[in-house]
Design a protein around this ligand. Structure first.
Ligand code: GLY
Length: 401
């Protein structure tokens, strides 16, 4: 009830501003609180809905309007528990803790998986956040097992972690830009265990990706496949983007986030520079829409009559907020101002669900895999996770200043 009123106030503010032509910006703190409040209400409703469905996680909405769930093995299993941990960190209620623990426990079997590169997403978003907040030693043990499983996918000739095992007739050793998102898991586990191997894998994967995934304008390929004998790239392709040479929006966001993390974790100037150049490519892109929520691919010929990907905006906003603290001055201020605009857009009725709707997801209008005609203009669990992470980062910053 309280939230619906807040929602109406926000809409009224926007409508009033438009009709009077005045720029009346809602205070950022109100935007942040509204976003966190909607995310909390939606996540608790979602947690209750799936409470009795042992081992299941929210994924998206199916074309028939029903909720699509997944098991622990889907690459997104860690996002819902991770989001619950962030929301518990924001408001430490017993209910949020109970659900954060319950859904985190459901991810545990993933620790033994060696047929996926996504263990960083699955285990670090869930157990990593849980461990950061509770220091539960069992969570750390589960992550150590998972880090060893993921390390089996590293090849020291290629100097990178293998992403996919399918399409072997075309790709000898495919590495996707998304794989940059597994590196934080390794750098943190290296610090936690003292095992230098994890840090070295992360560093060499980031270096290899920097050399072969990026074009001169700092846009990135989605898939680079390497020759397993020489370690040299033999194909630069896309899988989820418009074309091999296009800039698939979420891929650009994964790359940005990955190099921001590597800059923070290693302190290496080349990763700071890489993060900065990717951010500039994105922030200055002529086809970035006015509300700063990208179309699903920057090179889609159907722009502006095509789909947005709100998940790309959420990932990008979260990364830019962190980058604004790593590189200060005018560039940092530009990053922060850009991320703030993205958060304002995502927190508007254009993208933020009315509580009780959207099958209890928080963010609307994401695109998973358009060329595969899968998950188009739907909510996605990772959009909600990175939106909440960005809100928490922004809240920390605004309360600190
Ligand atoms: N990592 C898969 C995706 O971004 O769709």
């Amino acid at each position: 009830m309280k939230l619906s009123t807040t929602f109406i106030v926000a809409v009224t503010l926007i409508v009033t501003a438009c009709s009077t032509g005045e720029e009346k910006k809602e205070p950022l703190s109100d935007v942040i609180e509204r976003g966190l409040s909607v995310a909390t209400q939606q996540s608790v409703l979602m947690a209750k809905e799936l409470e009795g469905e042992e081992g299941r996680f929210p994924r998206t909405i199916k074309p028939d309007g029903t909720l699509q769930t997944s098991d622990y093995g889907w690459w997104c299993s860690g996002f819902f528990p991770g989001e619950l941990w962030y929301l518990y960190e924001n408001s430490s209620t017993p209910e949020l803790k109970k659900y954060a623990e319950m859904y985190t426990d459901r991810v545990e079997p993933a620790k033994n998986m060696t047929n996926t590169h996504d263990l960083g997403f699955m285990l670090y978003c869930s157990y990593g956040n849980g461990y950061r907040i509770t220091q539960n030693p069992q969570y750390k043990e589960i992550m150590i097992t998972g880090a060893h499983s993921l390390a089996t996918r590293y090849n020291s000739t290629v100097c990178a972690i293998r992403s996919w095992d399918f399409n072997k007739e075309v790709w000898q050793y495919p590495v996707i830009i998304d794989n940059m998102m597994n590196l934080e898991f390794f750098t943190v586990m290296s610090k936690e265990t003292g095992d230098q191997q994890f840090y070295e894998i992360a560093d060499s994967h980031a270096k290899k990706t920097m050399n072969h995934h990026f074009r001169p304008d700092y846009s990135s390929y989605h898939v680079v496949s390497y020759d397993t004998i020489t370690g040299a790239p033999h194909a630069q392709h896309t899988h989820q983007g418009y074309s091999h040479e296009s800039a698939w929006a979420r891929g650009q966001a994964w790359g940005l986030y990955g190099y921001v993390v590597m800059a923070r974790e290693t302190g290496k100037p080349e990763y700071f520079e890489q993060a900065r150049n990717i951010a500039l490519f994105l922030m200055n892109h002529p086809r970035m829409p006015e509300d700063k929520v990208p179309y699903w691919d920057f090179d889609s010929p159907d722009i502006p009559n095509t789909y947005r990907d709100a998940s790309a905006a959420a990932i990008m906003a979260s990364a830019l907020i962190e980058l604004s603290q790593l590189i200060t001055g005018d560039f940092g201020a530009q990053c922060l101002a850009f991320a703030e605009e993205q958060i304002r857009s995502l927190s508007s009725p254009d993208y933020l669900a009315e509580p009780g709707t959207n099958r209890y997801f928080t963010i609307m209008h994401c695109t998973g895999h358009l060329p595969g005609n899968s998950e188009v203009d739907v909510p996605l669990t990772y959009a909600d996770y990175y939106y909440v992470e960005a809100l928490m980062r922004l809240k920390r910053l605004t309360t600190k200043n």
